[in-house]
Design a protein around this ligand. Sequence first.
Ligand SMILES: Cc1cc2nc3c(=O)[nH]c(=O)nc-3n(C[C@H](O)[C@H](O)[C@H](O)COP(=O)(O)O)c2cc1C
Length: 180
Amino acid sequence: MTQNDKYDMILSRASVRRFKAALTAEETEALLRAAMSAPTAMDFQPWHFVVVNDNATKEQMRTFLPYAKMINENCTGIVVCGDIDLYKAVSERDGEDNTLYWVEDCSAASENLLLAAHALGLGAVWTGIYPLESRISKLRATLALPQNIVPLNLILAGHPLVPGRAKDKFDATKIHYEKF
Ligand SMILES: Cc1cc2nc3c(=O)[nH]c(=O)nc-3n(C[C@H](O)[C@H](O)[C@H](O)COP(=O)(O)O)c2cc1C
């Protein structure tokens, strides 16, 4: 793979919402390995991942996640979560609030996961959970998450039924040199 091919892999990623088969255990581990290679503040790696293949759990999720209703037996759910306790001690030590770094860390992990899925010929879509309290609390109950573990999103991943269609989102007017 050339440098250009690697770059094109980023540009050609697109959300996939329809699947023909869920991830195998090996594929799941490959995606999570990519997720966990993301950068994190102070290298804290505050993430946890809940892999959902159980159909009853997916059915339950469909009742309170209006924009993730496409979750079904043909895909795997991966809930990317952050441990909100990890940055508390540092925040107290430094006298500044670092506690939301977990959101950025887990977002970086999520994007890595989406890109890895695309690179492996799989497909994935990020569906939103955090910061919507009603989704967080229902997902917390469904997955038995401890209080310090907050779900950021639910990623659906699997073998695409229809390939995603990448958009060209480049916009030169969003770029500012030296000052805004
Ligand atoms: C924070 C966030 C929340 C999202 N929530 C949803 C969602 O609930 N359901 C969904 O189908 N897609 C969701 N998406 C995917 C976006 O709709 C998608 O990334 C966007 O339309 C751009 O399309 P692309 O990913 O194909 O480039 C979300 C993406 C992000 C980053």
